[in-house]
Design a protein around this ligand. Structure first.
Ligand code: AGP
Length: 630
């Protein structure tokens, strides 16, 4: 049976968080707690479907966040030990309770949650409409659940077979979880290009399903990551069965995960973002543990040891990433070119993937991603792989798609980052890039022993200096009060601190909704200086490093136009203080390590401006943590 014609495959995906449960506990609390952990993936509407003991399917959906749903269903029938749930980031159709998942089939028997985009949904919908199907929502997901039901009825097959046959005709990306009230002892899950992980309870008594491992870790350490084209059938008390789209059985690959649950809670901080800013010293220690050997003054990265030939013979390195990870890449370029003397290009993954780039077999591509799920970065990796490049990943989320796609790599190990605005992941990415550049620079003989040891020793001292930098928090909070009026900000930096200026501007934009631009300080005179007036705050990174004297001149240029200047300076600096309105001091360090310190006050500034403006710091409007849409 071929119901659908070909449609252009452009590999679009969407965000959203999925949770599912089958077991012996009441499902609702497990689902709600899991959704809250996944809310970073999208938070415009929420829903749950519960299969009750008398095989009723109760579906509750609300526009807005998980807490909204929780409050509004408190008096409803929430019983049942099987359920599925979803938190949405809208793609097809506005955020509303109608468009929220789960979506239910026409007969009311099947309920489905979905992360992804069914690209040929309109063709399927057209055909189903002609057959008399009625649709309530504007979503592709409702089309999929109706289609599964249509296949089930016309072929007279069981639900698992119907799911498989339907998915064989679907073009696009999906992670789905489905329940059937007429088969109340099973949950079906499937994936293609959107992540799905299944947690195994003891003795197969229960199974937890989620978009990532964070909702599972408090129940189990044993998980199975579904691979593309796999369908899992979960039945209480039975071993999980996995098959592919051809109905061939797949062996279970059970992996063990460890995660500190404390890192998933706010731990007394008002927001995850502030907590994560404060965690940076510890996170950096975790990132360097076992890799930076302080006594021996050595850095050892197993990925470099295992693939030294491939890495050292690279004629060129291309860094692909997005957003904050791209800013880390820009600093990585300077580090690698200085320490290793190999040319480095830094590309927005979204541009790289579409511009038919020149990639050679000798190239090494470094993919940087906190979430490990960013669609653009994944697509860039697959293009580079096709053309024979060697892929090195710098990823935070263990077991994520990027981590599993790359040839080798180094986890940043900074723990889960929940705040949508990336903070500790940035310093973690920088830490790995510095260690990578050190290892390669040493091996290639570009860095002398003295230089190498000096940088390693100073790198080991940075966590304490981050701790020390955080003492500026109160001062920044105070200063932030006088900046909330601003409609625009300019951030300036040079050398290693130009990307930090970009990062400071991105942080402010993301969470305070104030327009901000980052510029290399000297580039200002080529245009942006026209914007400077008494209303324009200008943040200048003016630490005692490369081009300090030049930055003093750039500051003078802003001052002459009456711009309001906040300077990030090295402790004890006397040159800048009298020229600017305010200074924030950071501890002295080497130029190449300075971004690890100069970024701290900029993260705090963005945070406090947003808090004073009364904005949702951890879940800013229109954003999601894991950008799995192209
Ligand atoms: C950072 O604050 C952003 N939320 C965003 O730019 C992010 O860095 C970007 O989407 C890349 O994400 P990744 O590191 O998970 O790939």
């Amino acid at each position: 049976m071929v119901l659908i014609n070909e449609c252009k495959h452009n590999n679009i995906k969407s965000m959203c968080g999925i949770v599912g449960y089958i077991g012996t506990r009441q499902a609702f609390p497990v689902l709600i707690k899991g959704l809250k952990r996944l809310e970073y993936r999208g938070y415009d509407s929420t829903g749950v479907a519960l299969v009750s003991t008398n095989a009723m399917l109760n579906v509750y959906k609300e526009e807005g966040k998980v807490a909204n749903l929780e409050a509004n269903v408190a008096n409803r029938d929430l019983g049942g030990t099987i359920g599925i749930a979803h938190t949405r980031w809208a793609t097809h159709g506005i955020p509303s309770s109608t468009n929220a998942h789960p979506h239910v089939s026409q007969s009311g028997k099947l309920a489905l949650v979905h992360n992804g985009i069914i690209e040929n949904y309109s063709l399927i919908k057209e055909r189903l409409l002609k057959l008399g199907f009625v649709f309530k929502s504007e979503t592709d997901t409702e089309v999929l659940v109706q289609f599964i039901e249509y296949v089930k009825e016309t072929h007279g097959v069981d639900t698992v077979t119907a799911v498989r046959l339907a998915l064989n005709q679907v073009i696009g990306a999906y992670a789905i979880v489905l329940v059937d009230k007429e088969a109340p002892e099973q949950v079906i899950a499937a994936r293609k290009s959107s992540p799905l992980v299944i947690g195994l309870g003891e003795g197969n008594r229960e199974f937890f399903i989620a978009s990532d491992a964070t909702p599972l870790v408090e129940y189990t350490q044993n998980v199975v990551y579904l691979n593309d084209g796999e369908i899992a059938v979960l039945k209480r008390g039975e071993e999980m069965q996995i098959c592919n789209l051809k109905n061939e059985a797949i062996d279970l690959d059970v992996q063990s995960i460890e995660m500190n649950i404390g890192l998933l809670e706010k731990g007394g901080y008002p927001h995850f973002m502030l907590k994560e800013i404060y965690e940076q010293a510890q996170a950096m220690k975790d990132c360097m543990r076992g890799r930076l050997l302080e006594k021996e003054k050595r850095v050892v990265l197993s990925a470099v040891c295992n693939h030294s030939e491939r890495l050292l013979n690279a004629k060129r390195i291309i860094i692909v990433s997005c957003g904050t990870s791209w800013h880390a890449g820009l600093i990585g370029k300077q580090l690698i070119e200085t320490f290793v003397k190999v040319p480095v290009e830094v590309e927005y993954a979204s541009e790289f993937r579409y511009r038919n780039p020149v990639i050679n077999k000798e190239d090494v591509v470094i993919a940087i991603s906190q979430s490990g799920e960013t669609a653009d970065t994944l697509a860039a990796i697959s293009l580079a792989k096709e053309r024979g490049a060697f892929i090195f990943g710098i990823v935070n989320a263990v077991g994520s798609s990027i981590a599993r796609t790359t040839d080798t790599g180094t986890y940043i190990h900074v723990g889960p980052e929940i705040g949508v605005a990336s903070t500790k992941a940035f310093t973690g990415q920088l830490t790995v890039l510095i260690m990578l550049a050190l290892c390669l620079g040493k091996e290639r003989g570009i860095l002398s022993e003295v230089e190498y040891e000096e940088i390693v020793t100073e790198l080991a001292a940075i966590p304490d200096k981050i701790e020390h930098s955080l003492a500026c928090n109160e001062k920044v909070a105070d200063l932030a009060k006088s900046f909330t009026y601003a409609r625009n900000f300019l951030y300036l930096g040079r050398g290693y601190n130009f990307p930090v200026a970009l990062e400071g501007a991105l942080k402010l934009k993301e969470i305070s909704y104030i327009h901000a631009e980052g510029y290399p300080a000297a580039e200002m005179k080529h245009g942006p200086i026209a914007l400077v007036d008494t209303e324009m705050p200008v943040v200048v990174i003016a630490t005692h490093h490369q081009l300090y004297e030049k930055i003093l001149s750039n500051i003078q240029e802003v001052k002459a136009r009456k711009g309001r200047i906040l300077a990030i300076v090295t402790e004890g600096d006397e040159g800048v203080r009298d020229l600017v309105d305010n200074v924030i001091e950071t501890p002295p360090t080497l130029a190449c390590l300075s971004p690890l310190l100069t970024v701290i006050p900029l993260q705090l500034l963005a945070y406090h401006v947003a808090v004073i403006k009364g904005l949702d710091v951890d879940q800013p409007r229109n954003l999601a943590k894991s950008v799995t849409v192209e």
